[in-house]
Design a protein around this ligand. Structure first.
Ligand SMILES: C[S@@+](CC[C@H](N)C(=O)[O-])C[C@H]1O[C@@H](n2cnc3c(N)ncnc32)[C@H](O)[C@@H]1O
Length: 422
């Protein structure tokens, strides 16, 4: 199968068993991973890495194929979601019985008790997404789960509840944005949870018994200083953050607030935003005095020509921002992105055995209309860091629907597959 224009989107994964448990806005197609495994020359890979694991697409595919995998994900809530999706070694009869027993216990206490829960204590965003009554039902599930303490099924049931949030919401919560003012028909929160939990159990029961114990080691961690051992993987596949001002921490705000994982913008910054590779202006702070050269020596050493191209763009962005209302710090964002990604590439090279491939789904970008050929630059930096080959395959054009918007630039963007060989 040749590369497909859908690979960079979550569309195909949205209806696939297990992948569908959580519609991660930045997810990509599971089919791209299947292709990468099948297209490996010689023997199939023995252990696959995803340095930016997200909701675990790579590990779910690898496990289904009986191949061990590992991954790092810096967003704590997303890492927990991925870990839950790759745990399949339940006693399936016991799991089904426990799920039905839990659902029955929710009925016993009755949704009428919803009134008891402290709906007012939740951040406004959550309250705006549901009617008071429905939010009470969802809190009823959350609290019943909490009262039971840490059981074997806790994470699985909690993920079913997270998935039910967007299913039940009265606000248009289509990824990536939540639009509380745009109302849609609300669905019963208990019913949404029931459907999700049964779907999860059905998907788990359908997994082949012989792969259920295949290790899929997704860690909460930073891929710039990975916990994995040198040379312990022979294929890597990922989709890193794009340089497109997309705030991953913000996109999971509904779930983070509902679980009480954070209750304000500041807490989300401390617990999530500051840990991620810089790809949004919400992650950078403009101090009084910026260093003269924003790029790190690692970028300069890896490829001085790329560093020069980046400096020109960074300077242009620091000029353009002065004439824009928002005065966004795209200059800083671009510099810090390449500093971070250079470290991520170097660390991934360390984890791969010689001769292994590293595939990245990537998009370019054009903040304030200044085109940054991210995929070309990362390919060159990778060569400078020791990867022996690099090639680019176009996947699709992006940003078409924005083209008529006068607020946006008109640079044609694309999504590509960057294939590196160690
Ligand atoms: C494009 S998404 C990956 C989506 C994933 N492939 C999936 O199918 O769900 C990029 C991910 O990188 C994570 N991330 C950002 N900085 C990171 C870092 N330094 N280390 C590990 N993960 C990071 C983000 O939280 C986000 O989940």
């Amino acid at each position: 199968m040749p590369p497909s224009s859908e690979w960079g989107t979550f569309k195909e994964s949205r209806s696939a068993p297990i992948h569908r448990w959580f519609s991660f806005p930045a997810g990509f197609s599971y089919r791209a991973v299947e292709w990468a495994i099948g297209a490996s020359p010689g023997a199939p890979p023995t252990r696959i890495l995803d340095p930016f694991a997200g909701s675990g697409t790579v590990s779910v595919v690898a496990k289904g194929r009986g191949i061990p995998s590992g991954g790092t994900e810096a967003h704590p809530l997303v890492a927990r979601i991925a870990r839950t999706k790759v745990r399949w070694d339940y006693d399936m009869d016991a799991l089904r019985a426990a799920s039905e027993e839990f659902l029955a216990s929710l009925e016993e206490t009755g949704p009428g008790l919803a009134e008891e829960y402290p709906v007012e204590a939740l951040p406004e965003l959550v309250r705006k997404c549901f009617s008071r009554e429905n939010l009470g039902r969802l809190l009823h599930v959350r609290e019943t789960l909490r009262r039971r303490g840490r059981t074997e099924y806790r994470d699985l049931f909690e993920l079913a509840l997270l998935a039910a949030l967007r299913d039940a919401s009265a606000a248009a919560t289509g990824w990536p944005y939540i639009a509380p003012r745009h109302r849609i028909r609300e669905s019963d929160g208990l019913e949404a949870f029931r459907r999700r939990l049964r779907q999860f159990v059905d998907d788990l029961v359908a997994t082949p018994a012989q792969v259920r114990r295949i290790p899929a080691d997704v860690r909460e961690g930073d891929c710039r200083s990975s916990p994995f051992e040198e040379g312990s993987f022979d294929l890597a596949f990922t989709s890193p953050p794009y340089l497109n001002n997309y705030d991953y921490a913000d996109r999971t705000r509904l779930e983070s607030y509902f679980l009480g994982f954070a209750s304000s913008w500041r807490e989300i910054s401390e617990r999530v935003r500051q840990r991620l590779v810089v790809s949004a202006t919400t992650q950078v702070e403009r101090g009084d005095r910026l260093p003269r050269d924003l790029l790190s020596p690692e970028v300069e050493r890896a490829d001085p020509r790329v560093a020069r191209g980046l400096r020109e763009r960074i300077e242009e962005l620091s000029r353009r921002r002065l004439h824009k209302g928002g005065r966004k710090s795209y200059d800083l964002m671009v510099a810090l992105y390449f500093n971070d990604m250079t470290r991520a590439l170097a660390e991934t090279a360390r984890l791969l055995r010689p001769g292994s491939r590293f595939l990245l789904i990537l998009g370019d970008s054009a903040p304030y209309g200044v085109h940054v050929p991210t995929e070309v630059y990362l390919g060159r930096l990778a060569r400078g860091l020791g990867f022996r080959q690099s090639s680019l395959w176009p996947l699709r054009r992006r940003g078409e629907k924005w083209r008529s918007n006068p607020q946006r630039h008109r640079v044609a963007l694309r999504e590509s597959l960057l294939v590196l060989r160690n």
